[in-house]
Design a protein around this ligand. Sequence first.
Ligand code: ADP
Ligand code: ZN
Length: 326
Amino acid sequence: MKEAIVGIDIGGTKIAVALGNLSGEKLAIRNLPTQTEIGAYAVIESVSQAIEEMLAEHRLKPVSIGIGCPAPLDIENGLVMSPSNLRAWNNFPIVGLFRDRFDVPVILDNDANTAAIGEYVYGAGRGYRNIVYVTVSTGIGGGIIINGEILHGVSAAAGELGHSIVQPEGIRCNCGSNGCLETISSGIHIARRARERLKNGEASLMNELAASLEEVTAKTVVEAVRQNDSLAVEIWDETCRFLAIGIGNSISLIAPEAVIIGGGVAFATGELLLAPLRQLVPRYVSMVPADKINILPAELGGESGIYGALVLAKKTYLRNYQTYAV
Ligand code: ADP
Ligand code: ZN
């Protein structure tokens, strides 16, 4: 039987599972809903069954598994530590479960890092050595690759651009700090800022676009921006400006060859987000020349993370293989 690497990308709403070969080609992919109500162990059981079915169907034998999962994680011990969209997964031994089931090496990293790796190897980051990946989605995540390696830092906490503070007097974030970038420019906070302004009775098309105040989302704001609604445009400008400050600070620290922007909000908005960022970011960076600031859209859409998980699996396999070979 031919050898396969396995990638798993765990999200709050869906889980993607992919098989690849050692040349880096993706052979099969399957998406499953994240049924949080059945409990973490049952979810991993159904993911394991899906992997077994896919392996049998393609007559493949697994050699390693790479997993991307929302933070916080204890990467060294292979544990999920109650991420905000998977609260009940606390001290959950995800690595041990897959290792016991498939008897292969298993590696875990956070989902922003796997997305960064996916873009670095297969997407917009190809050809560079140093990149910052930013995901603008429900929250804001980030991954930093330096000289071809992901930067983990202490407690694997590096790259958390969403929790860099851009407004010290700002509102409290889930993480406990005040004024994190995520509290302004993430999907849920774009919606929150719009709802607060609408609640004050300000006139806006958004009142007609959403059935009720509670149903105003980032998508509503963006639809209204496209129709030139002045309140929505104001909220969007602020979203872009603070994102530009956060990205600018990361450029001042790392001076990457490219900053790659992914995530649901970025995919849905495209140039509406990228054009202002290209214009604004250089204003917040003084030591890197403006013509060396390279802001690119992610190329792999929702699949950056699963590709990165496959890359991690392959690296783990090769590392183990080389250790045995010596
Ligand atoms: P996750 O955060 O679970 O990884 P996504 O990356 O898909 O999910 O991001 C979800 C976010 O994208 C939500 O905040 C949602 O409101 C926002 N979003 C989805 N569609 C649009 C759209 N058309 N315009 C603006 N924002 C959108
Ligand atoms: Zn925070």
